[in-house]
Design a protein around this ligand. Structure first.
Ligand code: XIL
Length: 454
């Protein structure tokens, strides 16, 4: 799960991101990069007593995505898998598969899990939102849902976002199914039900645009204060932090501190920093500074327990589909190369200050394919990094066999293929590329394999 890293040796990992092209040609791309930080983010965070988390999609927790999620983060939040609409799409019919998968993965990886989320106005099943409920029925539905879901994971989850996004921007309560049916007391009811279902889990209220001191965060502050005074179980507030490039609130640390002073924990729960696409180096540098500012504010306050990014790679971010034209909001690009933001997070957690040194990528493609044979090629290209030798490996998934290779020495054992440079093409300069080719046999199907460069 964890791999050690040498600062001298360029360490390359890869993931297939390819898609079918026209005819028989298939292209898979893989990317790797030199990580400059001397330790994974999770180790840096742990040394400071902080959580460094990421939201994840269960189906992606394999290959490079799974490797990075396990290596760099000590907490996971299911991005969607634990929402009511995901777990009970039809009344009384439950689907826990993805939620269970994420919890299992986290336990295997020594990570905590943040449950997200129990009581919200969004991503509810239609049977719930379209129903007509008396207050007593609504209260019963909410309490039963909490008892069931929190109870299912009792003892396994560190934290629950019990209530999500209860406020409007002006600090009034959002008119939701819950507020309209039960009044503001639905929040206390939900927290009480969650405490009963798992006394060990930390219980949070989570919202967005509450990062700085403003009307909305003040409403949240007043709510938490009154809940504490009433003895309602509340352990922390989640500041989502879906931020816009260049707009980290100047009062972030002050705001975290005022919640801490109330006697609750604070977590940055959904950090991403979006920009108008396309990204460029100026924007990415600015983004790195913004990430660093958010991290630093949390590091500075003892009761800020940590930061979770809302997806660690731009290929798994909600931003492009939700904010058209915007994106590049996470610390890794679509090909899993760490962006300047990655180094900035590491620095804020006390890691080395060496910026990322760039990336080498390899692209596997099938250039032609006929009844039993095919010709494939792999292109290795470097940008901001260089190689003096290279080795590419993959595992064929459908019985394919390399029969002949050129411009590389290839060997196949079972389904595992390993190709290394020829005597004359080991050097891939910064900005340059090398390509080698091979013939292979196939039958049935010829899927593009996941390739590793290292
Ligand atoms: C988002 C998910 O990332 C998307 O995949 C989904 O389509 C919509 O919800 N605030 C929250 C999160 O609390 O649950 C939201 O997650 C992002 C905003």
């Amino acid at each position: 799960m964890r791999t050690s890293r040498s600062s001298l040796r360029v360490r390359l990992t890869a993931l297939l991101t390819g898609a079918a092209m026209t005819g028989a040609a298939l292209t898979g791309a893989l990317a790797g990069t030199a990580h400059a930080a001397d330790a994974p983010l999770r180790d840096l965070a742990a040394a400071k007593g902080k959580v460094m988390g990421t939201a994840v999609t269960g189906s992606k927790l394999t290959g490079t995505y799974g490797e990075i999620a396990a290596r760099e983060f000590n907490a996971l939040t299911p991005g969607n898998a634990m929402k009511w609409g995901s777990v009970e799409p039809t009344r009384g019919t439950f689907d826990w598969a993805e939620a269970d998968q994420i919890v299992d993965f986290a336990e295997a990886s020594g990570q905590q899990v943040r449950g997200h989320t129990l009581v919200w106005h969004s991503q509810n099943p239609s049977w719930l939102t379209n129903g007509t409920w008396t207050p007593a029925q609504l209260s019963g539905l909410m309490n039963d849902h909490i008892a069931l879901e929190v109870g299912r994971y009792k003892g396994r989850l560190a934290t629950w976002d019990v209530v999500n996004e209860p406020f409007n921007e002006d600090g009034t309560y959002r008119q939701t199914l819950w507020y309209n049916g039960l009044g503001a007391d639905y929040i206390a009811q939900a927290l009480t039900a969650a405490r009963a279902a798992d006394p060990a889990a930390k219980l949070y209220i989570n919202d967005y645009n509450v990062e700085g001191v403003n009307a909305k965060s003040t409403a949240l502050y007043n709510l938490v204060k009154s809940l504490k005074e009433r003895g309602v179980p509340i352990d922390g507030v989640g500041l989502q932090a879906h931020l816009i490039l260049g707009q980290v609130p100047s009062t972030l640390q002050q705001n975290i501190q005022r919640f801490a002073d109330l006697g609750v924990d604070v977590a940055i729960t959904e950090l991403d920093i979006r920009m108008q696409l396309p990204s460029d180096s100026t924007k990415l540098t600015r983004q790195a500074a913004d990430y660093k500012a958010v991290m630093a504010a949390c590091v500075a306050v003892a009761r800020c327990v940590g930061v979770t990014v809302w997806g660690f790679t731009d290929s798994d971010s909600w931003i492009p589909s939700t904010f058209p034209g915007q994106g590049a909001a996470t610390p890794y690009d679509e090909n899993y190369a760490p962006k300047p933001a990655y180094a900035a997070i590491a620095e804020a957690l006390g890691g080395t200050t060496t910026p990322p040194t760039g990336a080498c990528t390899a692209t596997y493609s099938v250039s032609s394919q006929w009844n039993t044979g095919f010709t494939g090629q792999v292109r290795i290209a470097c940008s901001g990094a260089a190689l003096s030798s290279w080795k590419v490996g993959w595992t064929f998934g459908a019985g394919q066999q390399v029969t002949q290779a050129w411009n590389a020495t290839c060997a196949q054992t079972g389904s595992a293929v390993s190709c290394s440079n020829a005597s004359y093409n080991g050097t891939v300069p910064d900005g340059g590329s090398v390509t080698f080719g091979f013939n292979g046999s196939w039958s049935g199907s010829n899927p593009v394999p996941v390739v590793t460069l290292g």
